[in-house]
Design a binder for this molecule. Structure first.
Ligand SMILES: [Zn+2]
Length: 406
């Protein structure tokens, strides 16, 4: 439901904002955890310490989405350093389609707009998959990340510091970089302008800043709420991300909508203006499409439950949590949770006592309905076909997303 706005946009200050999504309560911890950690959290923390009200608003002036109220910084830091799990393409054999799409774009971008040099810093680089490949292609790479991903990177010879990003750690004159990358990071920080300013300080003269973030307009147009969580404090459009860069002194040189993500490269030489259409119609389509999917979920799950069939959720990440909290998959009706990442087997979501199992375990005893909840929906739907599972499949995220925008 859209209401007139009272909350101002954190980027441009406009009070012309729309309410896109509201839940009275939403969890901070949206990834499954080891059972012992989960039991400890459930015993020691109250509902107020496990989550909070969730309001996503959209700014009509600068086409930016944001959380009207945010978790405090300590809660977020705890979450990222201790409880954030994310699959590693270097170790788990998942297909890193988002990273591979970025690498393909990066190579084409460097052809179109030659880079000033070969040194690359990636901030919040997780397991260093992108740096690993750029290193093989002749770049001098460095990264930082506070999660266990940094340890994975180092095991594979990629120099990644396990720590939160602090500009001062990388500011020594000899350590400035030709290219600074930050992928799927800027939407997590309270103050995107100050992060952008710090990243720009790390560039050599003529250097290139490259940011990737979810394309919020794609998610609005397609009624996909899983892009929003208490960890995504901001949802950028090409316009709002470009404006943050230009306010800090760089102009957009090159842009790509993949279409689910935005990639923007900026330098002192850029000249692209990125205006987006008015948010109003997209916000209305978002509400309508989400209601339609919630209704489809309700019909499929209740039909399976009436037949006493079993229901599986495939995707034990934050999208799985969104399936329960935003799409209305009833947690108490979930009989199994499937994930291809061996690192997630036996983990459990905070809200239900169902351990994650492997696709092979599901194949041995197939459920009647599989709800696919992952950004890798296309790969998962393909895997379900390869395994010959007889289950009905309902994918929340598009199984076959449209190709890159022309
Ligand atoms: Zn705004």
């Amino acid at each position: 439901m859209l209401t007139s706005a009272t909350k101002a946009c954190p980027l441009c200050g406009s009070s012309g904002t729309l309410l896109l999504l509201h839940r009275d309560w939403f969890p901070y911890f949206t990834s499954p955890l080891p059972k012992a950690v989960k039991d400890d959290i459930r015993q020691s923390l109250t509902a107020d310490q496990l989550g909070m009200a969730f309001d996503v608003r959209a700014c009509e002036a600068c086409r930016h989405c944001f959380l009207a109220s945010r978790p405090d910084a300590d809660t977020l830091d705890e979450l990222y350093s201790r409880h954030h799990t994310y699959p590693s393409a270097l170790e788990s054999g998942i297909c890193p389609s988002r990273d591979d799409a970025f690498l393909a774009w990066f190579r084409a971008h460097a052809e179109r707009h030659p880079l000033p040099g070969k040194s690359v810093l990636e901030v919040a680089c997780h397991d260093g998959y992108v740096l690993h490949h750029l290193g093989r292609e002749g770049y001098t790479v460095r990264g930082c990340d506070p999660s266990p991903g940094a340890d994975i990177a180092r095991r594979h010879g990629v120099p990644v510091d396990r720590r939160f990003f602090r500009c001062d750690d990388y500011l020594a004159e000899e350590a400035r970089f030709d290219v600074v990358l930050a992928r799927h990071f800027i939407e997590h920080v309270p103050d995107p302008a100050s992060l952008t300013r710090e990243l720009i300080r790390l560039l050599r003269p003529g250097g290139r800043l490259i940011l990737e973030t979810p394309n919020v307009l794609y998610h609005l147009e397609n009624g996909l709420p899983e892009v929003f969580s208490l960890q995504h404090l901001h949802g950028f459009s090409a316009q709002s991300l470009g404006e943050v860069m230009s306010q800090e002194g760089l102009r957009v040189l090159d842009s790509e909508r993949t279409p689910a993500n935005l990639i923007l490269a900026a330098s002192a030489m850029g000249s692209l203006a990125l205006d987006e259409p008015n948010f109003g119609p997209a916000a209305q389509r978002f509400g309508r499409k989400l209601e339609e999917t919630v209704e489809r979920v309700r019909q499929s799950t209740s039909s399976v439950l009436r037949r006493k069939g079993r229901l599986a959720l495939w995707g034990a990440g934050s999208f799985g949590s969104a399936a329960m909290r935003l799409y209305g998959v009833p947690p108490e009706a979930i009989d199994m949770i499937i994930d291809s990442d061996p690192a997630k087997i036996e983990l459990e979501y905070l809200e239900l006592d169902v351990p994650v199992i492997s696709p092979a375990q599901a194949q041995a005893d197939p459920p009647e309905l599989i709800v696919v909840a992952s950004m890798y929906a296309r790969e998962i739907c393909q895997r379900i076909r390869e395994l010959g599972l007889p289950s009905e499949v309902l994918s929340l995220y598009p199984c076959a997303p449209a190709g890159p925008a022309a």
